[in-house]
Design a protein around this ligand. Structure first.
Ligand SMILES: [Fe+2]
Length: 133
């Protein structure tokens, strides 16, 4: 299964956020590898929890940063974060249920939202931060 590759397009030029995004990629890749290896529920749960917890703390820090620079899109961005976390939680409940959920579907969803969110929404924070310089 395709793993996430960090590329320069994803770099915001904001070191703290960039490092956290790279860590997010790394944990997401751990999850994709675990799915590839067809790991059992215990391992999947451990990696998924790590991804969920890291995402939550990263979103909090990103929102604090947006607040610190008075980013005008903060409310919309925070709403997008809340929605993403809700979807991650729903996904987790589906994995735990007896529903037949395709690991590939999970992987695609995760890869898509991480890359798209960083490139689009987080990119706007970077553009705004640049304009302050
Ligand atoms: Fe964000």
């Amino acid at each position: 299964m395709n793993h996430l590759n960090w590329s320069e397009d994803l770099t915001l030029g904001l070191d703290t956020l960039d490092n956290q995004h790279k860590e997010l990629f790394s944990i997401a890749n751990d999850l994709l590898s675990a799915i590839d290896r067809a790991e059992g529920e215990t391992v999947l749960k451990e990696v998924f929890d790590r991804l969920k917890n890291y995402t939550e703390s990263h979103f909090k820090e990103e929102e604090a940063y947006m607040g610190s620079i008075d980013f005008p899109g903060l409310d919309d961005h925070a709403e997008e974060h809340a929605l993403l976390l809700m979807r991650v939680n729903t996904l987790w409940r589906l994995i735990l249920s007896d529903e037949n959920i395709s690991p590939k579907g999970v992987a695609l969803f995760i890869s898509d939202w991480i890359s798209a969110h960083i490139m689009d929404s987080d990119g706007q924070i970077a553009t705004y931060a640049q304009s302050l310089k």
